[in-house]
Design a protein around this ligand. Structure first.
Ligand SMILES: [Zn+2]
Length: 205
């Protein structure tokens, strides 16, 4: 990480010493201490009709590759508000941001920090690519661009997610069958579930 040479508050030259457990830059004139804070970013798993919303990145890093809608949290912004803002900027869709699915390191090594991955549900708006993206569209399980995903960690989480919705779907349909005794409907539903989890992925997960 690049270090400040001068105090951002008073302009005095910074010194370095052991402070709060490690060496940090500090200002002998005004006592400012420079903490390298982790950069916080947020991403959303937006799902509708068994499909996931992805954007094709229009900026570096990984320009031209697919990712979930995501972005950096402003210093005075709550993560869920930040994510709803990013999703709307990138896809035109308004969302309700729900639970945290996972937490992992930021993909961009130039901006070390934490990535919070949330569930989000569409509440309005129209799908259209916005700032920093060249495309925004829905992907079903068999359409997922696994080889063109921007970030490995996110790809792995999405794979686990697909396995999970298959499991949930199976459970739901089993209940439905038990309640209604409707074998035909159950079989149709099961073929749909098979459709969302191709066999080549099963062994690996
Ligand atoms: Zn200073």
């Amino acid at each position: 990480m690049p270090e400040f040479r001068f105090c951002p508050h008073c302009g005095h030259e910074l010194a370095r010493k052991d402070l709060f457990g490690r060496e940090r830059a500090y200002c002998p004139a005004c006592r400012f201490v420079h903490f390298h804070d982790p950069k916080l970013s947020v991403g959303g798993l937006v799902v509708e009709d068994g499909r996931v919303l992805l954007i094709r990145r229009g900026v570096i890093p990984r320009i031209g590759f697919w990712a979930v809608p995501s972005g950096f949290v402003e210093y005075d912004e709550q993560p869920r508000v930040a994510l709803a803002r990013e999703i709307e900027e990138e896809t035109g869709l308004r969302t309700q941001v729900g639970r945290v699915i996972d937490v992992f390191p930021n993909a961009d090594p130039a901006k070390p920090g934490v990535f919070l991955f949330f569930e989000a549900t569409v509440t309005g708006g129209e799908l259209q690519p916005g700032d920093d993206v060249s495309e925004a569209r829905w992907f079903g399980r068999n359409e997922m661009p696994w080889e063109e995903m921007a970030f490995t960690e996110m790809r792995e989480v999405l794979k686990v997610y697909w396995r999970k919705i298959s499991a949930i779907a199976t459970e739901t349909y089993l209940e439905e069958r038990a309640q209604r005794g409707d074998q035909t409907k159950f079989l149709a539903a099961m073929s749909k579930v098979a459709d969302v989890e191709p066999p080549d992925e099963r062994d690996r997960l």
